[in-house]
Design a protein around this ligand. Structure first.
Ligand code: G3I
Length: 313
């Protein structure tokens, strides 16, 4: 049995990642846990549109490169997050619409992907394009109003910009197979595969909480998407209260699906979480391991206990 999350996941050819925030890289407790446990990194905010293109046509990769360089110098791979999104747009982009916005989106994808060409294993090309609730509709946004084809244009642009990266669509509240949002995303991916739109993977953010609880049909969801001919990944996992059994279930769901590439948790310690009051992560604020950590590690090790035998042998 392996003794870290990344090594344990690697036994089945998968990875175990975390979101890294550039502002925390000077915290040695944070970097020692992250360096030890994880072998995939997602920049929590640093590769988003407002960070990388704060003024139109003027790209800034200083924070993004801090995260990227830390990851690579510590032997980790990097997921890119994210190229086209309604949120965290810089002011100049928020005020664009129509064909001008469409061109700006294309230019943004080309600019960021050129900087990281050949260096990013998976890109979240488009993030959170579907509405919550029962409609199954696209989310309203300036991008959506630029034309329903904005998503496929983003994917075609991304494929040309860096043919070596896996191109993912990423969303939340799409883990429960019965939800309308899940079905809408499924229909889009099926349509893209049928029409040859270049999509390689679907990211399930997996922010589970009382309003969006884990359901055991998540495994069905992952299997059904994989059957369309795309890889799947768990991209931003956190679970309100961090129940060990739910963390184990999610881990086993990924392990049960051969096209599940790996799992990323959305932060290191509870105090690093965007929802720290929900204590949803694998490490306590003091850096100690929570019960959920052991449950995940044991699952990755094939169900074996990671505790040393009581007799020492
Ligand atoms: O850096 C500034 C700081 O200078 C300022 O003092 C402070 C005051 O509000 O804000 C800081 O920026 C915040 C940033 O996180 C860094 O902490 C932003 O306000 C805040 O909006 C931003 O939140 C991020 C959020 O995305 C924004 O949409 C979270 O860190 C990040 O975890 C979260 O990540 C998203 C994924 O990208 C997509 N899926 C959902 C997930 C959770 O919301």
């Amino acid at each position: 049995a392996e003794s870290t999350l990344g090594a344990a996941a690697a036994q089945s050819g998968r990875y175990f990642g975390t979101a890294i925030a550039s502002g925390r890289l000077s915290d040695s407790t944070y970097t020692s846990i992250a360096g030890r446990e994880f072998n995939m990194v997602t920049a929590e905010n640093e590769m988003k549109i407002d960070a990388t293109e704060p003024q139109r046509g003027q790209f800034n990769f200083s924070s993004a490169d801090r995260v990227y360089n830390w990851a690579v110098q510590n032997g980790k791979q990097v997921r890119g997050h994210t190229l086209a999104w309604h949120s965290q747009q810089p002011g100049w982009m928020q005020s664009l619409s129509g064909s001008a916005l469409r061109q700006a989106m294309i230019d943004h994808i080309n600019g960021v992907m050129a900087h990281y060409k050949g260096k990013i294993v998976q890109w979240d090309v488009v993030n959170e394009a579907f509405a919550d609730g029962s409609s199954g509709a696209r989310r309203d946004s300036n991008l959506q109003r630029s034309g329903n084809d904005w998503i496929e244009v983003a994917f075609r642009t991304a494929r040309a910009a860096d043919p070596s990266a896996k191109l993912c669509y990423n969303d939340y509240n799409v883990e429960n197979w019965t939800w309308a949002k899940t079905q809408a995303m499924y229909n889009m991916v099926r349509d893209f595969k049928q029409r040859g739109v270049p999509i390689d993977c679907v990211g399930f953010q997996s922010h589970f909480n009382s309003g969006s609880p884990y359901n055991s049909n998540f495994r069905t969801t992952l299997q059904n998407f994989a059957a369309l001919g795309v890889d799947v990944a768990i991209t931003e996992l956190d679970i309100q209260g961090a129940p060990a059994s739910t963390y184990a279930n999610v881990t086993n769901d990924c392990l049960a699906v051969s096209r599940c590439l790996g799992i990323t948790v959305w932060g290191v310690r509870d105090s690093d979480s965007w929802r720290s009051e929900q204590t949803p992560l694998l490490f306590n604020n003091d850096g100690s391991k929570k019960a959920a950590y052991t449950a995940v590690l044991d699952a990755l090790n094939g169900g074996a206990s990671s505790e040393p035998p009581a007799d020492g042998g």
